[in-house]
Design a protein around this ligand. Structure first.
Ligand code: AFD
Ligand code: MN
Ligand code: MN
Length: 401
C-alpha cells in the first residue's frame, strides 16, 4: 500500500505532470485594476485601467506560470460598449495569448440597483437587470465564451423591509429568462454569498439557494463556489462533494479568508482546505475535472497586483499537484476498512509532500520559467508598467474600469 511520500519518485512526477497539464485557472481582469475596501483604495502605480492593460497583465501571468490561458471579464468595467467591444477583445486575445473567459455581469453598482437587481420589487428595475443579463449572454456568444458567471448582491438590511419569498419568485423568473437566451455552448454559473453588501438577508446566501435557482433556471445552469463566501468553520469540501454528486458544480472563485470575503491570495491562510477541495475533485469519477471552471477572484489593495496573481496561480498549481499524489485506490481500501490513522496518514502525507521540485521539473519540461515569481521580479515588468501607468493612476486616484 503506497503512500505518496514513500511513493516511487518517477510515478509521482508522472502524476504531477499529468495533473498540471490538465489544470488551468482563470485570472480576473479586476485583479489587475485598482480596487479597495469600503474604507478606501490604495492606488498602485502599476495597476491596469484599460482592458488592453488587463489583457497584457493576464498574458504576462500566463507566460510566467503556463496555467491561466483565460481572463474573466466584468461587463461594464471591461466592456462599456457591450458587444461593440468584441473586436477589441479579439485583437487583445491575439496580442497577448490569452482568451476572454467568463463573462461577469455587473448588477451591483448602478444606482437603480439600490434595493436589488433581479430581486428588486420594482418590475422596471428587474427588467433593466434582465436586459443587462441578456446583453451579457450575447457578449458571451460573440466571444465564444462558455460561462456567464452571476454574482447577485441583492438582499436587505433590516427585518420586515422586504418579502424574502417574493424575491425568490422574481429571481426564478429572471434567471430562467436569462438561461433560455443562452445557446447550447453556454453555461450559467450561480454564485452565492452569505452577506455583504446586504447585512440582514442576501437573496442567494448559500449553496442550497444557488442550487435551487440553477435547477429552476435550466439544464445549463450550475453553482459557483467562491471559497471566501462561507461562514468560519464551514466544511467547503463537503459542499463541493454534494455539488459533484448532484452534477451541479460549475466552478470556483478561489481566494482565501480569515474572517469573511477577504479575497486574500489563494492558500495564504488555509492551504489544507484548498488541498481537501481539490481532493474531492481529483477523486471524482469521469471527466469531472475537465468540466469545472477554476477561477481566481481577488483584487489586492496592499500586495502588488501582478505578484499576488502569480502567487495565487502558483499556489493553485502546487496544491492541485499535491492532491494528484493521493493513491485513490489505496485510500478507498483504508477508508472502507476504517483504518483511520493509516487513511489519514496517506492523505496528510500527500498534503505535506513538497511538490515544488516536481512542479519545477514540469515547468522545465514545458519551457516555462522554473520560478515564476522570481522571473517576474527579474523581468522588470512591474517597474516598466509602473513607469508607463503611474502618472495616470496617481492622477485618477485609481478607477475600477
Ligand atoms: C466580489 C463579490 C463576488 C464576485 C466578485 C466579482 O463578493 O465574489 O464574484 O466581486 O464580481 O468579490
Ligand atoms: Mn466571487
Ligand atoms: Mn467575493
Amino acid at each position: 500500500m503506497s503512500t505518496a511520500a514513500t511513493g516511487d519518485p518517477q510515478e509521482q512526477q508522472q502524476r504531477i505532470s499529468a495533473a498540471l497539464d490538465g489544470f488551468c485557472i482563470e485570472v480576473p481582469s479586476w485583479g489587475f485594476a485598482n480596487t479597495g475596501t469600503r474604507f478606501g483604495k490604495f492606488v498602485q502605480a502599476a495597476a491596469a485601467t484599460t482592458i488592453a492593460e488587463k489583457f497584457a497583465d493576464a498574458g504576462e501571468v500566463n507566460r510566467l506560470t503556463g496555467g491561466c490561458p483565460t481572463v474573466a471579464l466584468h461587463v461594464l468595467w471591461d466592456m462599456p460598449n457591450g458587444t461593440g467591444d468584441v473586436e477589441t477583445i479579439r485583437t487583445l486575445e491575439a496580442a497577448h495569448g490569452v482568451k476572454a473567459g467568463s463573462i461577469n455581469p455587473n448588477l451591483f453598482q448602478s444606482q437603480e440597483y439600490k434595493f436589488g437587481s433581479i430581486a428588486n420589487p420594482d418590475a422596471g428595475v428587474r427588467k433593466a437587470a434582465l436586459d443587462h443579463l441578456l446583453e451579457s449572454v450575447e457578449i458571451g456568444k460573440a466571444l465564444r465564451s462558455r460561462d456567464v458567471s452571476l454574482w447577485i448582491a441583492d438582499g436587505s438590511n433590516y427585518p420586515g423591509t422586504q418579502s424574502i419569498r417574493r424575491r425568490i419568485e422574481w429571481m426564478e423568473e429572471m434567471l430562467k429568462a436569462t438561461h433560455d437566451a443562452m445557446d447550447d455552448s453556454q453555461r450559467m454559473l450561480v454564485e452565492y454569498k452569505p452577506f455583504e453588501p446586504a447585512f440582514y438577508h442576501t437573496d442567494i446566501a448559500d449553496w442550497g439557494m444557488a442550487l435551487h435557482l440553477a435547477r429552476v433556471a435550466g439544464p445549463r445552469a450550475a453553482v459557483l463556489v467562491d471559497t471566501g463566501h462561507h461562514y468560519p468553520g464551514t466544511n467547503i469540501e463537503q459542499i463541493v462533494a454534494w455539488l459533484l454528486h448532484t452534477g451541479s458544480l460549475g466552478g470556483f472563485h478561489f481566494n482565501d479568508r480569515k474572517y469573511a470575503d477577504d479575497d486574500l491570495t489563494l492558500g495564504s491562510i488555509d492551504p489544507y482546505q484548498v488541498f481537501r477541495i481539490f481532493h474531492e475533485i481529483v477523486s471524482a469519477p469521469g471527466d469531472t475535472v475537465n468540466n469545472i471552471a477554476y477561477m481566481i477572484d481577488q483584487s489586492h489593495n496592499l500586495k502588488g497586483k501582478m505578484e499576488a496573481m502569480v502567487q495565487s496561480v502558483v499556489t493553485a498549481q502546487e496544491l492541485f499537484a499535491r492532491a494528484a499524489l493521493v493513491d485513490q485506490e489505496a485510500l478507498r481500501t483504508l477508508q472502507d476498512e476504517c483504518r483511520l490513522v493509516e487513511a489519514e496518514e496517506l492523505f496528510r502525507d500527500c498534503f505535506w509532500t513538497d511538490v515544488r521540485p516536481m512542479v519545477r521539473e514540469w515547468r522545465e519540461e514545458k519551457g516555462l520559467p522554473v520560478d515564476p515569481l522570481q522571473e517576474l521580479r527579474a523581468s522588470g515588468y512591474v517597474e516598466r508598467i509602473g513607469r508607463e501607468r503611474g502618472a495616470r493612476n496617481q492622477s485618477s486616484g485609481g478607477s475600477y474600469a
